[in-house]
Ligand binder design. Structure first.
Ligand code: G3H
Ligand code: 13P
Ligand code: ZN
Length: 321
């Protein structure tokens, strides 16, 4: 069924696991994700960005998610707006069938972030919809907004109680060193292990723990949580792509965060890498083929296996539906 994340987050918080929030932009992505969740009995959040609505059209995305809800009767599914830029976009999704929205006013001054978030919460709660807000800024690219690494800032734990109590938001995204996209860390920030593989600096678990201490029982969200699987980076680079130094968040650290107060972990880039790597390889190996179903089928299958791996080995939410 289509649900809000309220009960999902309560169970995840108490059970020491997190729900996967995967970005959807087309039918194959929706199917790959939800087939894995149905088979693994995992609750799931399907999230739609402003860019996704511009690409695929709000109605198409809602209908695709409705189809997934019908085809996956055993699992709870949330339809969530990712990085809602303003009240109007949030309202349009609340009125248009979403069960959860994010208002991302994290780039605004503290007082303004509170004001905008509070307005969205009032409208959302009146319509049975839950709200995610954000404090702190992540580096990286989201929609057209690029945040340079030096402008990014960790969440200030001393602000979280006032923010949550004044806004009434239902979950809070925080910045502890993750970032959006496939280039999360510069090579010069990293060290090399014995195999010569780049190891990024660890996430700021001290910030996460201090936030959790101040907000007991409150669900925390991690954005920018792709791990940038090196087998897919290699598949892309081996078949005509060029993605040097693509680095993500180590999966062990996400597993650790999921055991703490992190109830929602956002993953988009890894799905893109799986899809693109698979299609690049197919195109190179089959220059004679031109039926889109022939390359979208293995792309969808690899998204499904990637999501299965996240559910079972990273998020810990398999079997929790
Ligand atoms: O936060 C960014 C997500 O990966 C969505 O990306 O805005 O390009 O759809 P997008
Ligand atoms: P990634 O780019 O790490 O997949 O992050 C996705 C995200 O945070 C969507 O809001
Ligand atoms: Zn994000």
């Amino acid at each position: 069924p289509l649900v809000t994340s309220k009960e999902m987050f309560e169970k995840a918080y108490n059970g020491g696991y997190a729900i996967g929030a995967f970005n959807v932009n087309n039918m194959e992505i929706v199917q790959g994700i939800t087939e894995a969740c149905q088979e693994e009995h995992a609750p799931v959040i399907l999230q739609v960005s402003k860019g996704a609505r511009a690409y695929a059209n709000h109605t198409y995305l809602v209908k695709l998610v409705e189809a997934a809800v019908e085809c996956c009767p055993d699992i709870p599914i949330v339809l969530h707006l990712d990085h809602g830029p303003d009240f109007e976009t949030c309202k349009s999704c609340i009125d248009g069938g979403f069960t959860s929205v994010m208002i991302d006013a994290s780039s605004k001054p503290f007082a303004e972030n509170i004001e905008i978030t509070k307005r969205v919460v009032e409208y959302a709660h009146d319509h049975g919809v839950v709200v995610e807000a954000e404090l702190g800024t992540l580096a990286g690219i989201e929609d057209e907004v690029k945040v340079a690494a030096h402008e990014a800032s960790y969440t200030r734990p001393e602000e979280v109680e006032e923010f949550v109590s004044k806004t009434g938001c239902d979950s809070l995204a925080i910045a502890i060193g993750t970032s959006h996209g496939a280039y999360k860390f510069k090579p010069e920030q990293c060290t090399r292990n014995e195999q010569g593989i780049l190891v990024p600096p660890p996430l700021r678990f001290d910030v996460l723990k201090e936030v959790s201490r101040r907000l007991p029982g409150f669900p925390i969200v991690l954005h920018g949580s792709s791990s940038v699987p090196q087998e897919y980076v290699k598949m892309i680079n081996d078949h005509g792509g060029r993605m040097p130094n693509a680095i993500g968040v180590p999966e062990e650290q996400l597993r650790e965060a999921a055991k703490l107060s992190v109830c929602k972990i956002n993953i988009d880039s890894d799905l893109r890498l799986a899809m693109t790597g698979t299609i690049r390889q197919f195109m190179e190996e089959h220059p004679d083929k031109f039926d889109p179903r022939e390359y979208l089928k293995p792309a969808r299958a690899n998204i499904k296996e990637l999501v299965r791996h996240k559910l079972v080995d990273v998020l810990g939410c398999a079997g929790k539906a």
